[in-house]
Design a protein around this ligand. Structure first.
Ligand SMILES: [Zn+2]
Length: 290
């Protein structure tokens, strides 16, 4: 079944159809529903460069393979759920935040919880944001997304005694001054387990080998290690595994128009096959002698 949006326009959750697997997929950056109170100065065409456009659709076969799929409907440039809630740039705010902020490397690069930069040298706002405005984005979008993801992971964990979480993203085919790798060309896929801390090595290995076996160029933790969504809910010692996957956008879309390209159908079919493989693999990992 497809759950009603909770609350509306924040996210959509697709539950498993048929026999569930201990597998949860989430697509935090594919949302394209730009809230009316954004009040930014950047043209939509530039803002959209931050989207992982179509990734919710690329992984939409997940539920038919037994996985739960959660996708954000709001855009990442409005508030980024893949950041700590206190990873805020104090310079963006009208006044002092009520508790000590924890701005990290992403904030320094202009892409913390609330983005300062849309692209290098392109500011998102020509104004300071009020504390109430940022708090509302956290309360209405950030918290419900995290609550829904955590609940899905907890449900699978309670049912199966283990859960595997694939955190799904895409990346530009080339970096920029705002990304850790500068302007280098990117591989087809980057897997991130925060240097082996967010999932057992077998999960990363399985996805790595599957993709390599299809001739793809794949790197691990370089240049993307995974951020908040794989960090926060993972605990591999307790069989809670989270892995980030970044897909090179040139494989499936025109990076200027953001329309699907000629590779789209093949890439989507490949990701559907990967999810089918992982559904079987995660079930077997729970019952190795069955
Ligand atoms: Zn992303």
């Amino acid at each position: 079944m497809t759950a009603p949006l909770t609350p509306s326009r924040v996210l959509v959750r697709h539950d498993p159809v048929g026999e569930p697997a201990p597998l949860v997929l989430d697509s935090p950056h594919s949302g394209i529903d730009y809230p009316a109170d954004f009040r930014c100065i950047v043209p939509l065409s530039v803002l959209r460069m931050a989207e992982d456009t179509h990734i919710d659709d690329v992984f939409s076969a997940g539920p038919s393979q037994g996985a739960t799929l959660i996708a954000a409907l709001f855009p990442r440039s409005y508030i980024d759920v893949n950041r700590e809630a206190l990873d805020i740039d104090a310079d963006l705010l009208e006044g002092p935040w009520p508790e000590p902020l924890k701005p990290g490397e992403k904030t320094r690069l202009g892409m913390g919880l609330i983005r300062r930069l849309a692209q290098p040298d392109i500011a998102v706002y020509d104004r300071k944001l009020s504390i109430a405005e940022v708090q509302a984005r956290i309360d209405r979008y950030y918290m419900p997304y995290h609550a829904e993801l955590k609940a899905a992971l907890d449900r699978a964990y309670q049912r199966f005694g283990g859960v595997w979480h694939l955190n799904c993203h895409s990346m530009g085919s080339q970096g920029s001054a705002m990304t850790p790798d500068g302007t280098k060309r990117r591989p087809d896929f980057v897997l991130g387990d925060r240097d082996g801390t967010t999932c057992g090595a077998a999960f990363t290995e399985t996805v790595y080998r599957w993709l390599k076996g299809r001739g793809h160029r794949v790197t691990i933790n370089d240049p993307y290690k995974g951020v908040e969504l794989v960090r926060r809910y993972s605990d591999p010692a307790r069989r809670r595994h989270s892995l980030q996957i970044e897909i090179n956008r040139a494989l499936y879309m025109d990076e200027e128009t953001r329309a699907p390209n000629r590779g789209y159908a093949a890439l989507k079919a490949e990701m559907s096959a990967l999810i089918a493989h992982l559904a079987g693999w995660t079930r077997a990992a729970l019952h190795p002698y069955a």
